[in-house]
Design a protein around this ligand. Structure first.
Ligand SMILES: NC(=O)c1ccc[n+]([C@@H]2O[C@H](COP(=O)([O-])OP(=O)(O)OC[C@H]3O[C@@H](n4cnc5c(N)ncnc54)[C@H](OP(=O)(O)O)[C@@H]3O)[C@@H](O)[C@H]2O)c1
Length: 354
């Protein structure tokens, strides 16, 4: 089918390996073929997640098939009637192999597995939905999960006059910023932990009660346990930073492990678990939540959006800018989120960096 925006056939950001094993990528015609039950979405916008940055580099943990169009989040309209919805219905599709084992959303069209697709909340435009996307789903899931596992009975017994705050790390990233906003919306005091001091005003307006560097937010000693500073923490960084968090979470508290932007190792001890009874909860927003759960999460995102949209930095980029953005994301240089608009043309001389 001819693409309405470009006047040519369907295209997208396609990643492959050349004969020499090197990664080749760029805007090209889409790789063909998809299972019969998949539904076609005409793409209006796609969210840019850290996983997509890894897929752009053909990272084997994400790019399960090559050639691959990255893009685990997409918003658009159904090309044909699907499961009771008419052609033209606005939908979002997230996870369920998109941009990993099946072709993803950095394209003018995407064939999505039925399990990935749900109707888009009416109040969210495609761009607004993708500004949050999986990052938003993950942030809300994390807050819900931690609330469910914190030992509230113990907290009520110790009756602290000044309840300890929550901590969010990697706070300049998509998940981090939305986790700050979702934690504040849930009524908890939240410290935003970032290496980027310039984002202080943005993070405060999203609901942070303070913004601190990792050196300020976490202990510099290396004792197995350090004095308790947080009731809960949402960690998008992993590695040594996650290990440091575990040493300062209060008895009965909880930590959500979301990401690995800073490393995949976890050099810790059993002491936080056996001497403070804390819970380390894993969060997987891409594979685990059912369609019913995702509908519920999207309706919560529709409530969150008007509260964050004025301060949340969202950069709109075209397909041609995907490679630049992926590089900046992998090196931790971005702030907030990018949304890929397949109809947007690159402005000469401008690089996708904010
Ligand atoms: N579990 C799930 O379901 C799920 C869902 C979505 C994302 N994730 C994961 O969550 C993490 C964050 O995703 P995102 O989309 O928010 O990514 P992002 O926008 O690129 O944000 C990542 C942030 O991590 C921080 N960071 C700390 N050390 C870093 C390092 N060495 N390299 C790069 N960044 C570093 C940076 O924040 P500061 O500079 O502010 O410290 C950076 O902005 C990723 O690992 C992603 O794969 C998991």
């Amino acid at each position: 089918m001819t693409n309405k925006q470009t006047g040519s056939g369907p295209c997208g950001w396609v990643v492959n390996r050349g004969a020499d094993g090197g990664v080749q990528s760029g805007v090209s015609p889409l790789p063909g073929g998809h299972p019969e039950e998949f539904a076609c979405i005409d793409v209006e916008a796609a969210g840019f997640n850290y996983k997509d940055a890894l897929a752009c580099d053909a990272h084997p943990g994400v790019a399960r098939t090559l050639p691959l169009v990255p893009g685990i989040d997409v918003a658009g309209t159904l090309r044909s009637a699907f499961e009771g919805y008419a052609a033209g219905t606005p939908v979002v599709a997230t996870g369920n192999g998109l941009g990993e084992s099946v072709q993803g959303g950095f394209a003018t069209e995407v064939w999505a597995p039925p399990a990935a697709i749900i109707q888009r909340p009416e109040s969210l435009s495609a761009t607004a939905a993708m500004a949050m996307g999986t990052a938003g789903l993950t942030a809300i899931l994390a807050v819900e999960r931690l609330r469910a596992v914190i030992d509230w009975e113990y907290q009520s017994r110790i009756q602290q006059d000044d309840p300890l705050p929550w901590l969010v790390t990697g706070a300049s990233g998509g998940v981090g910023m939305l986790a700050v906003a979702a934690t504040a919306l849930a009524g908890f005091q939240v410290i935003a932990c970032t290496r980027k001091e310039t984002l202080t005003d943005v993070l405060m307006s999203l609901g942070a009660s303070a913004v601190q560097s990792p050196q300020e937010a976490l202990p510099t000693d290396k004792k197995p346990l350090s004095s308790a500073r947080y009731l809960a923490a949402i960690d998008t960084v992993g590695g040594d930073l996650l290990a440091d968090i575990l040493r300062v979470v209060a008895p009965g508290g909880a930590v959500g492990s979301i990401g690995n932007a800073g490393g995949v190792g976890l050099p810790t001890t059993v002491y936080p678990f056996i001497l403070r009874g804390i819970t380390l909860a894993g969060i997987d927003a891409a594979g685990l939540p059912s369609r019913a759960k995702r509908r519920e999460l999207w309706s919560k995102l529709a409530v969150l959006w008007p509260l964050v949209s004025a301060s949340f930095p969202v950069r709109q980029i075209g397909l041609q800018e995907v490679g630049d953005w992926a590089r900046n994301m992998r090196s931790g240089h971005i702030k907030g989120r990018a949304v890929v608009l397949p109809g947007k043309k690159k402005v000469a001389g401008q690089n996708a960096r904010n």
